[in-house]
Design a protein. Structure first.
Length: 279
């Protein structure tokens, strides 16, 4: 091939590379250089609130400190439109807790794995139940968030007939299904509850000490009840994602300490044992 014949190809490749580089720079420029800008729910304890009392608030402070930046929040209820009105609107740069694989955000590496849990009176006859197929649960009134993965397991095991359902997507400023669920259990209106562990564990530790939180680690049929939790950034922000991944890797012990102190049940990446069990 004559030397001149390759020039158009090289030029086109160069133009594409420059265009791609410009696009990456444009995306990267959306991330604030002066603040650690967090998208968060103002009334979503135990994760976050506008008083900084949640464990995701503490995680935000940890990451901001590592970056040498102050935290700046954009508040919006964690309901329909949350990502569209915060992260995608470029009002903030990171969501502190998002399930791995969610298509609305680009996920960082996960910083914790946890599971749904059975919550029961600590001194009652259900305190050693570990699966939803346990016959001792038959005929009982069990609280569950409508549409959540455990509801499928409950239906399979014949537990839906007397179940008490609580709303999945709400504005936590006016309604709190998780708190209602644990309050109902504490006062005897229900016999047990099934709730996401990172909500159940901290709430029980803070205000329901008579309840026991049992991570559901022995369910073998789908859907799975454990999830890896990441931070969420805008699609295409690979430089920002890599920076957060590096911070997660270097600060994992500190992250675990915050979550454990809060009462979050941490499990291994396969979701079949408590983190550190047997070590």
């Amino acid at each position: 091939m004559p030397a001149w014949a390759s020039k158009p190809v090289l030029s086109a490749a160069l133009l594409l590379a420059l265009a791609a580089g410009g696009a990456r720079a444009q995306v990267a420029d959306l991330v604030s250089k002066t603040h650690f800008r967090v998208c968060a729910d103002p009334a979503n304890l135990p994760m976050s609130n506008d008083k900084g009392e949640g464990y995701e608030n503490q995680l935000a402070e940890l990451f901001a400190d590592q970056l040498g930046l102050p935290v700046q929040y954009t508040w919006f209820p964690m309901a329909t439109g949350f990502i569209r009105n915060t992260l995608r609107a470029n009002k903030c740069d990171v969501v502190m807790g998002y399930a791995q694989g969610n298509e609305l955000v680009q996920n960082t590496n996960h910083y914790m794995t946890s599971a749904f849990a059975l919550v029961v009176p600590a001194d009652g006859p259900l305190a050693d139940v570990e699966t939803l197929s346990d016959p001792r649960l038959q005929g009982l009134s069990i609280g569950v968030i409508a549409g959540s993965p455990p509801a499928t397991h409950m239906a399979r095991n014949g537990l839906i007939g007397k179940a008490r359902a609580y709303n999945l997507t709400v504005d936590r400023r006016v309604e709190s299904p998780a708190l209602d669920m644990l309050d109902d259990l504490d006062r005897g209106a229900t016999d047990a509850a099934v709730l996401w562990g990172p909500i159940a564990g901290p709430l029980a530790k803070q205000s329901h000490p008579a309840l026991k939180v049992i991570p559901l680690l022995k369910e073998e049929l789908p859907p799975r009840l454990f999830f890896r939790i990441t931070m969420g950034v805008r699609p295409g922000e690979k430089v920002w994602e890599h920076k957060l991944n590096s911070l997660i890797r270097r600060n994992q012990d500190g992250i675990n300490a915050i979550l454990t102190e809060a009462g979050v049940p941490l499990v291994n990446d396969m979701g079949d044992a408590l983190l550190g069990a047997g070590q």
